[in-house]
Design a protein around this ligand. Structure first.
Ligand code: NAD
Length: 494
């Protein structure tokens, strides 16, 4: 199992403290990783800085070929990477195999997009001039990611940042470093220093974020950490891209009554995928009253059929949560809602007699609106269902938090689709197909759910600086220069 860091093209053991990595299913230690000393963090940033100039000068088509090769190498190692992610994170194997495929696809997508766009030509002020808008690399990008989709969320940063000509210092979560460190082989054909991979927790992350040599920080994680990073970067006016938490609403409209089972299955999947540890998990269900009872029944029936167990077993639907801490946080939120009068219709307990940080898929009704279960991120397999009288009420409740990551609606009514599309304050609005990502579709949050977008053209531009170039080909003096006594008064406008 790979536990070495990647610094300046060399795989090296960390000289700092030792980080134990736990398997959340067996609750036993899986590996220990030597963390980087402060000298090694410094060396990784220096290596990225050193490599930045020649990587930026590498033709985009060559960078594209190199990124396609990264994708090919990843696909060839799908089974190994998926198993490693399952052992360190607890996500079911089938979901992790998919994740490796999506990760490789992001590299292929940006390999092509990166050679397709470097700016634009704009109409010049005079006929003797040429005006260009250049999109240039920023320099060194620090990429810091969480544990729930370790490789995918890394690829949404690393692939576009490399395609745009930047170099990288990456840090996975302290809970899931192994699959990321195992990627070193997939990057072997890159010039030394173009990508550096460290390990560690907030301390290493903060060292990267605070370093003046890091031009841009791309972060996915909690709002709390995102705010800390934003403060540090504001101080030195470093670029930031923040993908933060969510509390996604899920609205079910009466016109789906004939397909209520489908809407219930879609809802349960959106709530329980990766044991609810998805930033776009459906965490609040607003169901129009005419279909509420049938929806609840179908949701509970389907939930009771789901298989909770060993995440390496391909018949498992839901594995353990990533850690005891995460499980306890979820349980505390459900218990507080129950204490405030909510009913736990199904689930609400560990859901396993053996080892593993399990929490059974849970359906809750009657949670008071002010409980955390309906206001703060849960990040666990819990679906609170709330009956609503009208679409107005559903939209108002959906928009009533400080989050704005995603939103789901089940309806085929065109008027309802148009209203929800326009009025829901969320970075992505899904109709009748929850949580489907598209590499070409920008992903990110409104309000406190984030700043900037990943994926799509926007996800490339997030790692580009903009430069306006104004070229005059004539050396004739301008008639608006001095002396004013004899010239016009045309201003520059600047
Ligand atoms: P977290 O904020 O605790 O940690 C995320 C990463 O930041 C980790 O690598 C961690 O080591 C690092 N970190 C911690 N403190 C730091 C600091 N002071 N400076 C720099 N780096 C620091 O989040 P988590 O618990 O790992 O992940 C769960 C959170 O991630 C949830 O809130 C979830 O919604 C969010 N998330 C968001 C998206 C999205 O795309 N919007 C996707 C997945 C997860």
């Amino acid at each position: 199992m790979e536990t070495r860091l990647l610094i300046g093209g060399e795989q090296v053991a960390g000289d700092g403290d030792v980080l134990p990595v736990e398997n959340p299913f067996t609750e036993s230690e899986l590996a220990s990783v030597g963390l980087p000393s402060s000298e090694q963090v410094d060396a990784a940033i220096a290596a990225a800085r050193e490599a930045a100039r020649s990587w930026a000068a590498t033709p985009a088509i060559e960078r594209g070929e190199i990124l396609h090769e990264v994708a090919t190498r990843m696909r060839a190692r799908t089974d190994e990477l998926a198993e490693l992610m399952t052992r360190e994170g607890g996500k079911p194997l089938i979901e992790n195999s998919d994740e490796v495929g999506w990760t490789a696809a992001a590299f292929d997508y940006y390999a092509e997009l990166g050679r397709n766009f470097a700016g634009r030509v704009i109409p010049a002020i005079e006929s003797t001039q040429l005006s260009l808008v250049l999109k240039e690399p920023m320099g060194v990008v620090g990429c810091i990611v969480p544990w729930n989709y370790p490789l995918l969320l890394l690829s949404w940063k690393v692939a576009p940042a490399l395609a745009a000509g930047n170099t990288i210092v990456a840090k996975p979560s302290e809970l899931t470093p192994l699959s990321t460190l195992a990627l070193a082989e997939c990057f072997e054909h890159l010039p030394a220093g173009v990508i550096n991979i460290l390990a560690g927790a907030g301390e290493v992350g903060e060292a990267i974020v605070s370093d003046e040599r890091v031009d841009c920080v791309a972060f996915t994680g909690s709002i709390e950490t995102g705010k800390k990073i934003a403060h540090i970067c504001a101080d030195r006016v470093a670029r930031i891209n923040l993908e933060l938490g969510g509390k996604d609403p899920f609205i079910v409209c009466p016109d789906v009554a004939p397909a209520i089972d489908v809407a219930a299955k879609g809802g349960a999947w959106a709530a329980f995928l990766n044991a609810g540890q998805v930033c776009t998990s459906a965490e609040r269900f607003y169901v129009l009253e005419p279909v509420y009872d049938d929806y609840l029944q179908a949701f509970v029936d389907y939930t009771s059929s789901l298989v909770v167990g060993d995440p390496l077993d391909t018949s498992t639907d839901i594995g353990p949560l990533v850690s005891a801490r995460q499980r306890d946080k979820v349980a505390a939120q459900v218990d507080a809602a129950a204490a405030a009068g909510a009913e736990v219709v199904i689930g609400g307990s560990n859901g396993s007699n053996g080892t593993g940080y399990f929490y059974a898929p849970t359906v809750v009704t009657g949670a008071p609106a002010e409980t955390d279960l309906l206001r703060e991120e849960t990040f666990g397999p819990v679906a609170p269902l709330v009956p609503v009288k009208s679409l107005d009420e559903a939209i108002e409740l959906a928009n009533g938090t400080h989050f704005g990551l995603g939103a789901n609606v089940y309806t085929k009514d065109l008027d309802t689709i148009l209203r929800c599309m326009r009025e829901l304050k969320a970075g992505t609005v899904w109709f009748n197909d929850p949580l489907t990502d598209n590499d070409a579709g920008p992903f990110g949050g409104m309000k406190q759910s984030g700043l900037g977008r990943e994926l799509g053209q926007e996800g490339l531009e997030a790692f580009q600086e903009t430069k306006h170039v104004h070229i005059e080909t004539s050396l004739a003096p301008k008639d608006w220069w001095y002396p004013y006594g004899g010239g016009s008064s045309q201003a520059t406008g600047a």
